[in-house]
Design a protein around this ligand. Structure first.
Ligand code: PHE
Length: 452
């Protein structure tokens, strides 16, 4: 008999799981990463491929990942070990958990650095730093921040401590509540930004940039980036969603819950794009600006709009919160494993992971200034970590999850855990997870390394 609860605890309601999983999904990936990567890759066609990846790969893999977690009820490493035993297949499938722990550690290190930028912008805004800013002034402000290792280190440290405190206390008590209030607020703030973009920015051009596809612009590498972004933004492929699934009640409907989370995450990304591109194009900035995109464009808008000082400050507070609720889920699989298997206390486990990720984060932040001449595959440490995790490790994890759920578990165990009422919908999901998702991931990989 599979266990019915995790030793780490359980969400109080299905809604709590939805909020926590949405809190994990909605983060820097939606508001910082999505607009800048879409901008660098020509907009419309990229967005379309991204949406295709969300629907055909992301949603089915999310259902599979939650399903594995709830059936195993342990950290991803131990969940995969016990599910493999239960199904009578090689325990080598625990590598899904191992890859996930390593990936999570790598993501956490640079994620914390970028979240530190958001924290820093709360205070820049609050001090009136956006008032009267023009495009070049805004670029100078962002570049000035990146040029200061001390400032970056301070914010990176503060963010990592914030993450450590919540993870050490267990996810349910603090986060469940915070997420309920903050996520809707963040969405409202984004709508305010869209409202501003409609009135002040170049909304028609921004809309066209984001939605009118021009496939001639789309390289094989851009397709890989779109797929990587789909995994990153949905928190898939590294066990974050798996462990959240392990805290989910046995009677909650997994497909419906996954649908809500994917829908909410996608909506936030699209709304973020609609808020940002009109401002970019209206101010004569380039959508291909890179990682600084939102940090350069949004301050321009806040600097001009009535009440911008308050809106700007609140916006960056909410962005920091979104990053916070995501970072917690990135840490959780490794922490749970250290507790389960190494026998550490939760506090000790969190401390070990946070210090390790913090240390690697220092290399990432130095790559923006004093180490800017050192590159790996033409990328600085931060860009390299981002590229490696989002575009390679997460899709790899997702591929293995799909293959395990689709081919290594029996149809009986899978359908028992999902308990879907509609055989047609189950059949559709099963087809996507067995054929479409793994084949698509493989093809995109092969195409990106120019093997096909
Ligand atoms: N989904 C988060 C975001 O969009 C990032 C994340 C990636 C979280 C992987 C967990 C696991 O910001």
């Amino acid at each position: 008999m599979p266990p019915t609860a995790s030793i780490h605890g359980q969400w109080t309601t299905r809604l709590a799981f939805i909020l926590a999983a949405t809190g994990s999904a909605v983060g820097l990936g939606n508001i910082w990463r999505f607009p800048y990567i879409a901008g660098e890759n020509g907009g419309g066609a990229f967005v379309l491929v991204y949406l295709g990846c969300i629907l055909l790969i992301g949603l089915p893999v999310m259902i599979a990942e939650i399903m594995l977690g709830r059936r195993g009820r342990q950290s991803p490493i131990n969940t995969m070990t016990s599910l493999s035993r239960e199904e009578g297949v090689s325990t080598g499938w625990a590598s899904i958990g191992w890859i996930g722990v390593v990936t999570g550690f790598l993501i956490l290190s640079f994620y914390s650095v970028v979240a530190g930028w958001a924290l820093s912008y709360i205070f820049k805004s609050g001090a009136g730093g956006f008032v009267g800013l023009d495009a070049s002034g805004s670029e100078a402000m962002f570049d000035g921040m990146l040029a200061s290792p001390e400032a970056l280190l301070a914010w990176h440290t503060i963010f990592m401590v914030m993450v450590g405190i919540v993870v050490a206390r267990g996810v349910q008590s603090g986060l469940e509540k915070a997420v309920t209030i903050l996520m809707p607020l963040l969405f409202v703030m984004l709508l305010v930004m869209v409202g501003y973009a409609v009135v002040q920015g170049n909304f028609a051009e921004g809309l066209a940039f984001m939605l009118a596809p021009d496939f001639s612009e789309l390289s094989a590498n851009a397709v890989l980036l779109a797929m990587g972004q789909a995994f990153f933004t949905l928190s898939l492929g590294m066990g974050a969603i798996m462990i959240y699934g392990s805290y989910l009640q046995s009677d909650a409907s997994i497909p419906r819950t996954a649908g809500v989370v994917v829908g909410a995450d996608t909506l936030v990304a699209i709304v973020a794009g609609l808020a940002i591109f009109p401002i970019v194009l209206g101010a004569g900035l380039s959508p291909g600006e890179g990682p600084g995109l939102i940090f350069v464009t949004l301050p321009l808008a806040f600097g001009e709009m009535p009440g911008g000082l308050i809106f700007g400050t609140v916006f960056f507070i909410l962005l920091s919160f979104a990053a916070w609720t995501s970072a917690i889920s990135i840490a959780e699989p490794a922490v749970a494993w250290l507790v389960e298997t190494v026998g550490m206390t939760r506090v000790a486990a969190t401390t070990v992971l946070a210090i390790a990720a913090w240390t690697l984060g220092i290399a990432a932040l130095l790559s923006l200034n004093v180490w800017s001449d050192y590159t790996l595959f033409d990328m600085g440490v931060l860009d390299f970590l981002d590229y490696l995790t989002a575009n390679i490790l997460l899709p790899l994890g997702g591929f293995l999850i799909a293959v395990f759920a689709g081919w290594r578990m029996t149809r009986g165990s899978v359908s028992a855990e999902l308990a879907m009422r509609s055989p047609a919908l189950f059949g559709l999901w099963y087809f996507l997870v067995r054929f479409v998702a793994p084949v698509a991931i493989l093809l995109v990989f092969l195409r990106a390394v120019e093997l096909i």
